[in-house]
Design a protein around this ligand. Structure first.
Ligand code: NAP
Length: 507
């Protein structure tokens, strides 16, 4: 249909002016050779004419070497596009696009309905027609299968709809199964995994904007190609992911996918925005998910849905890693505590050490169990004394009031509260006089250097950033699923690189 491999990733190019659109075409052609050119986004007919003249010239010059497939789109407002003209002017621009070298056009169902005999045959638009249907508000009722009518002047069908639930995205994805002529486009962040996995299901195309993604649920062309390798995914590719809400900023896809590439594993890791855990659990077989990481707010609720669990995770009462076994049953474990252990044990032997955990939430629990299991004496300080007492009791530790911290000495202090986390930079949960220890470990990893770590640094104490825990828990998770040693160096480099880049752009 559009070709194999990379040709199935379609870069969507937009621009207000001909020059801008041409610039993005050139950029996109470095990454893929199927492009949708959005003529409707150009600000007026003058720019449309200029752009198509440029494209015509370009195609004439590069006729021998150009292997790009162009899909011309001039979607009218009625079909969800930006074009304000009527159907006749829309057809005029599509015919001009054909003359400029566009082999395909996207024609929305609203226009086809207005054509004589509801067919585009007889119009000199590009020879291949992609019939598109859009619903930006919801996923409508869909038939189980959509067949492209033979001889109807249409070569493929695109169904783009707002996925309000993960179930909606699965209904869309099913349309692609075995068809090779239907392109499902789930819109919105919930639909992201289905968008990434559409090619794996048999969709002839997956769309991605050329510029960096500008809205949740969009995945940029470079991300689709390099991070998710969407064009290389087949039904044999193993699917893993992370569930949470919010999930858009998770670095787990980067960490895991980097590991798969380095270790040459046929696997992909996608972020699932999960509002209701039950909705996600239902679609596990559809996506053929083999394992998933769990982040807020599901770490404790998922625990109740497991069929079996690692004993320590059971004691902690939370899991961050779930394996879907062959029979569909769920097995949970907790690599957060391993994350804490590995990060700390690189700096200190924990046996017999005094470790203060500040906070009494989920991460504090994992940290308290981790250091207790390694033979440390645990102290818990939290703003709610009840919570501190509850945690201290299960790890046979002691409660410490914040007022006493100035007078007490520890080997390690672990911050397990979100105080100081992005965007609340510049605040610290503890003051310099409360840091009577040799190591301060802040579980926060955005930013890498928190205010707390700055204060500790200034006092000459050793510090550990939460990124060490993040990396160690993710590496343990990767190894748990892949059953081999993780390519730690590459995974670390990718995560630190992304965090540093983000910090620079936030400045
Ligand atoms: P959580 O379950 O919500 O627990 C947060 C704890 O912090 C609670 O005890 C809470 O007390 C306390 N807290 C919140 N605001 C506070 C304030 N202003 N002053 C004093 N205490 C406050 O969250 P969590 O999952 O444990 O996460 C805690 C931190 O660890 C987050 O920053 C998270 O990013 C980080 N973390 C890092 C990793 C990693 O891989 N590096 C993994 C997991 C978590 P109340 O109960 O009274 O609200």
């Amino acid at each position: 249909m559009f070709g194999d491999g990379l040709k199935r990733i379609c870069g969507v190019v937009t621009g207000q002016t001909a020059a801008e659109l041409a610039k993005f075409v050139r950029l996109a052609e470095r990454e893929t050779s199927t492009l949708e050119v959005r003529l409707d986004w150009l600000k007026d007919d003058g720019e449309r004419q200029k752009f198509l003249n440029w494209l015509k010239g370009k195609n004439r010059i590069g006729r021998q070497s150009s292997s790009t497939t162009y899909i011309a789109t001039c979607r009218r407002r009625a079909g969800g596009g930006e074009f304000t003209g009527d159907k006749d002017s829309q057809l005029y621009w599509l015919i001009t696009a054909q003359e400029a070298g566009c082999q395909w056009c996207d024609l929305e169902v609203e226009t086809i309905r207005e054509l004589p005999e509801q067919s585009v045959r007889g119009f000199a638009v590009p020879g291949k027609v992609l019939l598109s249907m859009h619903d930006f508000r919801k996923t409508p009722a869909l038939p189980k299968k959509i067949s492209v009518p033979v001889g109807g002047g249409v070569d493929a069908i695109k169904v783009a709809a707002m996925a309000k639930s993960i179930g909606d995205s699965v209904r869309l994805l099913r349309l692609a199964r075995g068809s090779h002529r239907v392109v499902p486009v789930p819109i919105g962040e919930i639909g992201l995994p289905a968008r990434i996995l559409a090619l794996r299901e048999g969709s002839p195309l997956a769309y991605a904007p050329v510029a960096a993604s500008t809205a949740p649920g969009q995945v940029s062309l470079r991300e689709l190609k390099y991070l998710y390798r969407a064009h290389e995914l087949t039904r044999k590719t193993q699917v893993y992911g992370v569930i949470g809400n919010p999930i858009g900023h998770s670095l787990s896809p980067l960490m895991h996918n980097t590991g798969y590439v380095a270790a040459e594993r046929d696997a992909v890791f996608v972020p699932f925005l999960v509002e209701k855990l039950a909705d996600f659990l239902k679609v596990i077989p559809e996506f053929e998910v083999r394992g998933f990481g769990v982040t807020l707010p599901h770490k404790e609720t998922v625990f109740r849905k497991l069929d079996a669990c690692e004993p320590l995770a059971e004691k902690i009462g939370a899991v961050n890693t779930v394996t879907v076994r062959r029979d569909g049953s769920l097995y949970g474990c907790n690599t957060d505590y391993l994350g804490v252990l590995h990060a700390l044990e690189k700096k200190i032997s924990l046996r017999g050490k005094r470790v203060l955990i500040f906070g009494a939430g989920g991460a504090a629990r994992a940290a308290a169990f981790a250091v207790a299991s390694a033979g440390s004496d645990v102290f818990v300080c939290a703003r709610r004394e009840n919570a501190a007492r509850g945690l201290a009791k299960v790890v046979k530790g002691e409660v410490v009031k914040q007022l006493e911290l100035r007078k007490r000495k520890f080997d390690v202090i672990v911050n397990a509260t979100p105080v100081g986390m992005h965007p609340y930079l510049g605040i610290s949960p503890l003051g310099a006089s409360e840091l009577n220890c040799s190591i301060v470990f802040d579980l926060i990893y955005r930013p890498l250097q928190t205010k707390l770590l700055e204060i500790a640094d200034a006092r000459g104490l050793r510090t550990i950033s939460g990124v060490e825990m993040f990396l160690a828990q993710g590496i343990a998770q990767w190894e748990w699923w892949m059953k081999e040693e993780a390519p730690e160096k590459e995974m670390r480099k990718a995560v630190l690189g992304a965090l540093k880049t983000k910090e620079k752009s936030n400045r």
